[in-house]
Structure formats: structure tokens, C-alpha cells
Design a protein. Structure first.
Length: 452
């Protein structure tokens, strides 16, 4: 140690430079290794997980279309077999659903097999293989569903109820399997992203060490650091520019060509522009998703929530009621609605339903939820309302409808069955109880409210 202090300045600088450069070499080598590892993992994201995310979005859209088709057949009931146009449309819809779902599943399998074949699947290998097995299982459910569809279409209206229940249960099973596959894809992509982010953090740390080491070497490495820094900035700006061009509208030739005070100023401006474009794209996607949800949960004629939304909402209310939140239920039906349709026409019948809904909404609270669960049958969920108050409200609604006098509209009345949540109620019990009360009101002469 003391001998080293006595050596010449040249040898001191040489020895220190050798030590620092050796350390720098080790850090650079490690950084190169980490860069290559991150590149391979990003390659997996680009070649496998990104396409799988696109497949996931396409399958979710197919599920929504299938729900709408099944709902339209369910509403037709026995009349479905007399409606040749509806049958042809349904056959076409089922065929398209099966073909498109099979295509998406084959695409997913091809993506995963390609990745496994070329060794690009480096993260969560067992999860990728499990996903392939899940896709094959979904294929089997799809083929079973196709066979049941063929059996259902060969039935007549006498066999509608039994064959429809089997088909509807198979559709639910197929939907559950699809949801499980989508969940696994989503979890897989999240795991990959988390792993890549972890490697990127390690890479940033090693780059920081590289910067500190480079600073210790002295002024003769300063130029090298500056040049490297500028290259990285321009490379990043180039990537941002490419990403920006890939998400803007095709006819928009906007380019990130801002000339700032320095490279960091330009990079900051580029990132702000990119974030702004991402925000715009996410806003547009949210609007589309909102419109799709409206189509799936709203009755087209009256604007009330439909049967699909009813099944979801009643389950949620029962879950809340089990935790102490009380609610009441009103089932109501338009009296002699078939006579209105037969005597005045279906257009007038539709207008009667619209007038009914508008009149009910004027009296209901914002927390009350109105559903159309059948042709002329409606349900009202009354949150935080006891049976007595629900009965009073039902009577007010009945009188309001009974005294309507609209030009061009035939007079009509409604019958109502009112009940509330009771211990150990499930969906079947509370709905059946309200339905029995509704039929008691009809049996008592209609235009009645029966509470129980």
C-alpha cells in the first residue's frame, strides 16, 4: 500500500484507470446481458401476449353478441319455431359465433405453439402450457354447444322448454369456460408485464452504477457519456414517434417534431403529446364500452332495464339484504294487454307500455329500479323500503294508471303483487312469492294491489 503511494503519477493514474475501467467493463457487460434478457422478454410481449390481448378483446365481443342472440330467442319463446325469419337469423348467428370463436381459439393456440417452438416463451412456461389446455377444453365445449344448437333447431315448439333449458345451460357453461380462459390470459399478460418491469428496474439500477463509475473515470470519459446519453435520448424519441404514429388516426399526419431548449425538453414534450393521445384513445374506448353495456342491459322499447340486468341486480340486492340492507319488490302486469294488442294494434300496445313506464318513473325515487322482465310484466326494486311503504307506493301507482286520460290512448289498468325481503330468501323464493300475490290480484278482479 505504502509502496503504491510512492510510485509515479503516471503509474498511479494508469493503475486507477485500469481498476475503474475494469469495473466499468464488468458493469457494461452486465448491462448488456440485462439488455438482451429484457429484449427477449419484450419479444415475448410483442409476439405472444399482445396478440393474446387482442384475441381476448375479440372473444369478449363474441360473448356479448351471443348473449344478445340467446336473449332474443328466449323472448320469442314458443313463437320462435313459427318465425322462419328469426330461425334463419339465429342459425346464421350461431354459425358465425361458432366459426369466429373457433378461429380465435385456433389463433390463440397457434400463437402459443409458435412461441413454444421458437423458445420465445421464457416467462411462466407452465402457465402458457396450462392456457393451451384451457383453450382445447373450450374447443370441446364449443363443439358440444354446436351439437345442442342443432338438436334445438330440430325440435318443435312442444319441445322448446326442455331443449331450451339444456341449450341455455350449455351456453352458460361455455361462457364460464371462456371467462376462465380470458382470466388466465389476463393473468398471464400481467405476470409477464410485472417480470419485464422488474428487469427494467434492475437495468436502470445498473445504468445508474454505470453513470457513477463513468463520472469517477474523469473528463476523458465525459464526452463518451454525453454521446451515449444523446444516442439513448434520440433512440427513445424515435420509439415514441413510432408509437405516436401507430395510434393516431390514419388521416392525421401529426408528427412529433418539436424543437426545444435541449434533448430533455424535447423528450418531455414528446411524452406529453403521447400521453395526451393515449388519453384520447382511452376516452373513445370508454364511450364504446358504455354504449355496448346500454345495449346489453336496456329494453329497446321502453328504455327500462331488461331481464338480463334484472338477474344481476336481484342477486346483488339479496347479497346486500343478507348483510342487513332491507328491500321490497313489486311485480306488476298490464291487465288485458292482449285485448289491447288485438283491438288497437301492436303499435298502440307498444305506446301503452311506454306510457306506463313514463308514468311509473315520475313517481319512483332515484334509488328505485324498474325492469321489464316479460312482455307486459315489470318489476320494481325498492331499496331501503319496508313492506308497508311499498304497499302504499303500489296503491299510488295503481291509482295513477287507473286515472290516466291520454289522447289517442285506450284506458288500461295494472295489477300489482308486493312483498319484501324475508330471512333466508333467495331469488326463486321472493320472486315466486311476489308472483303469487300478483296472480291473486288478477284473480280478485284485476286493478288490484295484493301485499304479503
Amino acid at each position: 500500500m505504502f509502496n503504491w503511494l510512492n510510485i509515479s503519477m503516471t503509474r498511479k493514474i494508469s493503475s486507477l484507470s485500469f481498476i475503474l475501467l475494469s469495473f466499468l467493463f464488468v458493469v457494461i457487460f452486465y448491462s448488456a446481458y440485462q439488455s438482451q434478457r429484457i429484449y427477449k422478454e419484450m419479444h415475448e410481449v410483442a409476439e405472444i401476449d399482445v396478440p393474446l390481448s387482442e384475441v381476448m378483446a375479440d372473444i369478449e365481443m363474441l360473448q356479448l353478441k351471443q348473449h344478445l342472440l340467446m336473449e332474443s330467442i328466449r323472448q320469442q319463446g314458443d313463437a320462435f319455431f313459427a318465425n322462419k325469419s328469426m330461425q334463419a337469423k339465429s342459425v346464421k348467428g350461431f354459425d358465425e359465433f361458432s366459426e369466429q370463436l373457433a378461429a380465435q381459439l385456433d389463433k390463440s393456440t397457434e400463437i402459443l405453439h409458435t412461441g413454444l417452438g421458437f423458445g420465445s416463451v421464457r416467462i411462466k412456461l407452465l402457465d402458457h402450457k396450462a392456457l393451451i389446455e384451457q383453450i382445447n377444453l373450450l374447443h370441446q365445449h364449443r363443439m358440444s354447444f354446436d351439437r345442442l344448437v342443432d338438436d334445438f333447431l330440430e325440435q318443435d315448439k312442444q319441445g322448446f322448454s326442455t331443449s331450451w333449458q339444456i341449450l341455455e345451460q350449455q351456453d352458460k357453461d361455455l361462457d364460464a369456460q371462456a371467462d376462465e380462459m380470458l382470466r388466465k390470459i389476463d393473468q398471464l399478460t400481467m405476470n409477464v408485464s410485472a417480470t419485464v418491469e422488474s428487469q427494467e428496474r434492475h437495468f436502470v439500477i445498473m445504468n445508474a452504477i454505470l453513470g457513477v463509475s463513468a463520472f469517477g473515470i474523469g473528463t476523458y470519459l465525459t464526452l463518451y457519456i454525453i454521446i451515449t446519453f444523446r444516442k439513448r435520448i434520440w433512440s427513445l424519441r424515435g420509439q415514441i414517434e413510432s408509437l405516436h404514429r401507430s395510434i393516431v388516426i390514419e388521416h392525421d399526419n401529426t408528427s412529433l417534431s418539436y424543437k426545444g431548449l435541449d434533448e430533455l425538453d424535447e423528450l418531455e414534450t414528446d411524452l406529453k403529446a403521447l400521453v395526451g393521445q393515449f388519453s384520447k384513445e382511452m376516452s373513445n374506448r370508454h364511450k364504446v364500452e358504455t354504449q355496448l353495456i346500454e345495449l346489453a342491459t336496456r329494453d329497446k322499447l321502453t328504455g327500462t332495464f331488461n331481464r338480463h340486468k334484472w338477474d344481476e341486480q336481484i342477486k346483488d340486492e339479496l347479497a346486500l339484504a343478507n348483510r342487513g340492507h332491507h328491500f321490497s319488490l313489486i311485480l306488476l302486469d298490464v291487465d288485458h294487454f292482449k285485448k289491447i294488442n288485438d283491438g288497437f294494434g301492436h303499435d298502440v300496445g307498444d305506446n301503452v307500455l311506454k306510457l306506463l313506464v313514463n308514468t311509473l318513473r315520475k313517481r319512483l325515487r332515484e334509488t328505485d329500479v324498474l325492469f321489464r322482465i316479460g312482455g307486459e310484466e315489470f318489476a320494481i326494486l325498492l331499496r331501503d323500503t319496508n313492506l308497508k311503504d311499498a304497499g302504499v307506493l303500489a296503491e299510488q301507482l295503481r291509482k295513477k294508471i287507473d286515472h290516466l286520460n291520454e289522447n289517442g290512448m285506450p284506458p288500461f289498468t295494472i295489477s300489482l303483487g308486493v312483498t319484501d325481503y324475508q330471512d333466508f330468501d333467495d331469488q326463486t323464493r321472493i320472486v315466486k312469492r311476489a308472483d303469487i300475490l300478483l296472480y291473486e290480484a288478477k284473480g280478485a278482479g284485476r286493478n288490484r294491489v295484493v301485499v304479503g
